[in-house]
Unconditional design. Structure first.
Length: 257
């Protein structure tokens, strides 16, 4: 059995929030009004700044599905054509290097995000990744609805969706990696053998330090800083060092020791 690497999208694989370019392009193509754009942006911003509660989770869900409800499937493909290249350009250089590390080690790579599945899947393929796991909206007569088909890929729902892929693909969860910045993804990080906190929020950072998980800080420049709190060791390494570390450990992992 082999492992895979699962990457959160917003503020992990990319530095920003994917709903913003999606909403802007929907407006450009006449699929959303200024009022809708403001609502999506507010929901995303509040959720990002204030964290998760049941109410904010519902707001986040509405920000995802509200943006595509009533839209014809082929029209969303047009939005994806314009948005996906922009999102691909926004991927952090350090993230791209980590993707290379995992590919070299023989692991599949996936995006796991609450964003619409078709956007996530297209972005994953654009980056040469194995696939994308996103929130699926039900389709009725060729149009998306505001109802979910499967789990809302956030929090426990993201862990559920990733576990399904692990089972379907025959991965060993102990050989799998997960990267995220947010405490909301704690269920995902708990579901794999190699959880990694990336630019973590304060709550996730505290848990990562307590459990001795790797903490990865992506700087503005092409520097990768890694800290192992359990041993009190801090290492700053350029991508070449990370690459060699991944080659040396092979399928055991880039940060397994």
């Amino acid at each position: 059995m082999s492992g895979a690497a699962f990457f959160d999208l917003d503020r992990t694989l990319i530095s920003g929030v994917s709903v913003f370019p999606f909403a802007a392009e929907a407006w450009r193509q006449g699929l959303a009004t200024n009022k809708q754009i403001a609502a999506w942006a507010l929901d995303a911003a509040v959720f990002a700044l204030l964290g998760e509660t049941p109410e904010r989770k519902e707001e986040a869900r509405n920000a995802v599905l509200g943006g595509i409800a009533g839209v014809a499937v082929e029209m969303l493909e047009g939005v994806a054509d314009a948005v996906v290249p922009k999102l691909a350009q926004a991927v952090r250089p350090e993230s791209l290097r980590l993707l290379d590390v995992h590919r070299e080690a023989g692991r599949d790579t996936w995006i796991a995000s609450a964003s619409p599945h078709r956007i996530v899947e297209r972005l994953a393929l654009e980056l040469g990744m194995t696939g994308g796991i996103g929130t699926r909206a039900k389709i009725v007569e060729g149009h998306f609805t505001d109802e979910i088909d499967g789990p809302f890929v956030h929090g426990p729902g993201k862990a559920e969706a990733v576990r399904s892929v692990i089972i379907e693909q025959g991965y060993d969860p102990l050989l799998c990696y997960a990267y995220s910045d947010s405490i909301s993804d704690l269920p995902l990080l708990d579901a794999v053998g190699h959880p990694v906190a990336v630019n973590p929020d304060s709550a996730l950072e505290a848990i990562a330090r307590d459990r001795g998980w790797p903490i990865v800080v992506f700087a503005r420049k092409t520097k990768l800083t890694m800290a192992w709190s359990a041993g009190g060791v801090s290492v700053a390494a350029l991508s070449t060092g990370t690459y060699l570390l991944g080659r040396r450990h092979g399928r055991r992992g880039v940060l397994s020791e």
